[in-house]
Ligand binder design. Structure first.
Ligand SMILES: CC(C)(COP(=O)(O)OP(=O)(O)OC[C@H]1O[C@@H](n2cnc3c(N)ncnc32)[C@H](O)[C@@H]1OP(=O)(O)O)[C@@H](O)C(=O)NCCC(=O)NCCS
Length: 150
């Protein structure tokens, strides 16, 4: 799925480029829509990973955000987002991305099973592995922090 939003002057920071929070808010909205199309019910965002801002976005630029579900566990799944920038209908290039992790919730607010994700292409398998690696790393980091004394 692809989404577009024009950058207005009110979305800029003191350096006159798009405020990171505005970009994240757009990702949040887009990945939520992708998530709701995948799992038709309540969702909660549990984590956001691998956020990058690789090109400044200016007033009047159009943020072109696309994303897809790349990983599905038992009750959780991950949506990878990518952003490109356009100006006056011309592509300016990639500007970063992020990965949103969701948990499906039942009516009592408890984790519920998610649909199976079919991996059809080599790219599907690569993105799945990447998401899995990122999750494993996160778990290891959490264990390490538990062991720390601070
Ligand atoms: C969503 C919530 C109910 C899940 O509860 P929980 O106790 O973490 O649930 P579990 O430990 O059973 O984990 C559920 C799944 O989430 C995954 N998960 C938990 N924390 C995660 C994290 N930080 N990153 C990625 N996945 C995570 C688990 O691996 C598990 O996946 P699986 O079932 O596919 O194997 C709870 O974390 C919560 O309420 N969080 C607040 C959500 C919120 O307010 N979001 C902001 C606005 S939407």
């Amino acid at each position: 799925m692809t989404f577009r939003r024009i950058v207005f002057p009110g979305m800029l920071n003191a350096n006159q480029i798009a405020f990171g929070g505005e970009i994240l808010s757009f990702y949040d909205e887009c990945s939520g829509i992708i998530g709701l199309n995948y799992r038709k019910g309540n969702l909660a965002t549990v984590a956001i990973d691998d956020v990058s801002f690789t090109r400044p976005v200016h007033s009047g630029d159009v943020m072109v955000v696309r994303g897809r579900v790349v990983y599905a566990g038992r009750t959780s799944f991950s949506v990878r987002m990518w952003m490109d920038v356009e100006k006056n209908g011309e592509p300016l290039g990639p500007a970063g991305g992020a990965v949103y992790h969701y948990v499906a919730l039942d009516e009592a607010g408890k984790p519920a099973p998610v649909p199976e994700l079919l991996l059809e292409t080599e790219e599907d398998r690569l993105l799945w592995k990447e998401a899995q690696l990122s999750r494993d790393l996160k778990k290891k980091r959490a264990e390490l922090l538990k062991e720390s004394v601070c």
